[in-house]
Structure formats: C-alpha cells, structure tokens
Design a binder for this molecule. Structure first.
Ligand code: UDP
Length: 357
C-alpha cells in the first residue's frame, strides 16, 4: 500500500486537510499519516482536538522565521528518513508547507500541493506566505488548484497541464454540513447586527493594524444596533493594538479564538465580516456573507468577482465608510460555489490514486 504523509502546522491547514484525511482513511487504499510541525501552538492543538485528529507523527519548531524554517526542514527530513513515504502532502502557503515541501524535494519524494496557484501578485503581501506558495508550487509534482484562475496561473508559470487539477478548495468540503439550523449564541439573541472581525497577517502588524482598527472603531462606536465580535489571534502585538482601540467600546466583544463550528455558524449569520484571512474569505464567499477585506490585494479575486468580498485596504477612512454603508444598508447573503462544490477531497483522492496506478 502506498504511504502518504500529510504535514500541517497551523489551524487553517488542519481545517482544510481534515476532509481529505478522512476521505483517504475511509477509502482505505492508501496509508495516510498525519505529521504536525507545531508552527502554531495552542491554535494547532485546539483545532486538532476539535476535529478529533490525533497526529501520528510530530515535532516542534520554535523561534523566529529562520529558526522555525531551519528546524522544520531538518526535523521533517528526519521523519522522511524514518518513514520513507511515497509522497508528501502540504497545504497552502505556510512556513510548514514550504520547509516540509523542501525537505521532501531534497530527498526526491514527490510533493502534492493542495491549494496551488494562489497569487496576490505582491511578494510582500501576504508576507512571507506569497513567497512560500510560489516556491512550493515550483517544487511540487502534483498541483491541486481551487479554481481555474489558480490553475491558469500555474500554466503561465510553466507548470505542465498534466500535473494540475482544478478541484475546488477543501475548505468548502463539509462547510454546509457544519451549518447548524438550530444553532444559537448569546450574540444572536440580542437582535443586533453581528459584525465578525478577524485579523492576523504579519504585514498588517504595527502602525497599520492600529490604523485599520481605528476605522473599525469609528464605524462601530455609538451604534446601538450593532455588536462586533473579535476572536483574537494569540499574537501579543495584535492584542496590544486591539485593546488600545476597541476594548473601551461596550458593543465590542473581544475573545480567545473560537471553535470552527461556532465560528462558521456565526459567520453564516453575521450581517458583515471584516477580515484579512484567506480561509475566512473562502468560507464567507461560500456562505454569501458580505465581507470587507482589510487588505490592498487578494489572491482570491474570485470572491470579489462574485460580489461577496470587497477590498477596502488598510486606511481608517475607507474602512469606516464601507462598514457604515454595509450596516446602514445590509446586503443580502448570496452564497457562491466559486471556491468549490464541496467535493474537492474526493477529486484529490482520485487524482492521487491515478498517479500511483
Ligand atoms: N477560524 C476559527 N476560529 C476563529 C477564527 C477563525 O476556527 O476564531 C477558522 C475559520 O473558520 C477558517 C480558518 O480559521 O476556517 C482561517 O484561519 P486563519 O484566519 O488563521 O488563517 P488563513 O486562512 O488566513 O491562513
């Protein structure tokens, strides 16, 4: 039986790999092992627990980007020496995907890249993820692109058509099953418009994040008809800025990250989402929740084209104006399947089986 190692290190990787891991194990024709790098600490552990996934293999990386990258390259290289898999699966644009993919590449083990072909066009945003995904695409053997636009980008960069599969994003697999008709939450019973905010990108930290949050605060403060929920990423630099700009507003709730089931159900019912997250952009597009992207560019323009996502940049005034507009005149939720039909994992599994046959 062919042996695959899935390598993940962050919350979104677990969320997006979980449906494929489940499909592989249910199918039973490939041996699928999950290895974790510990790139994120509590976020990774909490998400694994919520998805009831116990890693088969694990190591830990720590320190700044160069240390984490070096450690991941070496430690995953040791895992590969011991386990000798037939292929390695990595997801997206994380340090783990880059360093783990490189470790496999050095050993001549095929790398299968899930969520291949995304490009913002700006090498510094998202930083360093735009570099990581480009690099992983160019060392991978198979590419699983979420959309035809992503697949076309790979073709333009010289990657062979026979190695590219357009399958949708695994984030959408199981998304609608996660939406619970009987879902209730204290923030939904008070009858206010819910605004869901997430921010975590490294390139936004510092003065930019304070500027963005000032825009959000200007639109929210004094509005009795609105409640803003911000499940905060653990990064202390982010939290300091959030406390300085939002904590004093009575209609703002700042929390620890919330479990994905609750998050998705709130996102589905929110009047408006504000985010710099890739995964939240995809889920919001699928659910049709009007969403402002607090960034200058996106690698997911498909969500903008269908009218669910809108780029508003990082300046306070346009952010405040757009939030106010969408709260005064809420837009209907219009779900879109532009990021997938919910069967991406099955398409990927079939392509991998075909590769080995
Ligand atoms: N998410 C979650 N709890 C939260 C906020 C987000 O489970 O409090 C989920 C969300 O549903 C999405 C994923 O986290 O699936 C997005 O991850 P993140 O924003 O950390 O990273 P990105 O997608 O930008 O790489």
């Amino acid at each position: 039986m062919k042996k695959l190692i899935f390598l993940v290190g962050t919350r979104p990787e677990v969320i997006k790999i979980a449906p494929l891991l489940r499909a592989c194990r249910a199918d039973g024709q490939l041996a699928a092992l999950l290895c974790t790098s510990g790139q994120q600490d509590t976020l990774l552990k909490d998400t694994l627990r919520a998805y009831d996934i116990t890693p088969d293999l694990s190591f830990t990386v720590w320190g700044d980007l160069p240390h984490k990258q070096g450690e991941c390259l070496l430690r995953f290289g040791e895992v590969l020496e011991r386990e000798r898999p037939d292929a390695v699966l990595v997801h997206g644009d994380t340090l783990t995907a880059f360093a783990g993919g490189l470790a496999a590449f050095y050993k001549g083990i095929p790398v299968f890249h899930i969520e291949a072909g995304l490009r913002s066009g700006n090498p510094f945003s998202p930083f360093p993820e735009e570099f990581y995904r480009r690099a992983v695409d160019h060392l991978s053997t198979l590419h699983f692109s979420p959309t035809s636009l992503a697949a076309e980008r790979l073709l333009k960069e010289g990657i062979g058509r026979e190695r590219i599969y357009t399958v949708g994003n695994t984030a959408i697999d199981g998304l609608w099953e996660d939406i619970d008709e009987g879902f209730s939450h204290p923030l939904l019973t008070e009858g206010k418009k819910l605004v869901l905010l997430t921010l975590h990108r490294r390139e936004s930290l510092g003065a930019k994040i304070s500027e963005m949050l000032k825009g959000v605060a200007a639109a929210i403060e004094g509005r009795a008809d609105t409640h803003l929920l911000f499940p905060m990423h653990p990064n202390p630099a982010l939290r300091d800025a959030v406390h300085a700009t939002l904590a004093h507003i009575p209609t703002v709730t700042l929390t620890e990250p919330i479990d994905t089931h609750t998050f998705r159900n709130l996102l589905c019912r929110a009047t408006l989402a504000l985010t710099d997250s890739g995964g939240v952009s995809e889920e919001a597009t699928a659910l049709g929740t009007p969403t402002l992207l607090l960034r200058e560019e996106t690698e997911r323009p498909e969500g903008v084209d269908v009218g669910v996502l809108r780029l508003v940049g990082r300046k306070a005034a346009p952010i405040a104006a757009a939030v106010t507009e969408l709260l005064d005149t809420p837009r209907p939720h219009t779900p879109s399947s532009v990021f997938g039909d919910g069967k991406a994992s099955l398409y990927i599994l079939n392509a991998i089986k075909e590769f080995f046959s």
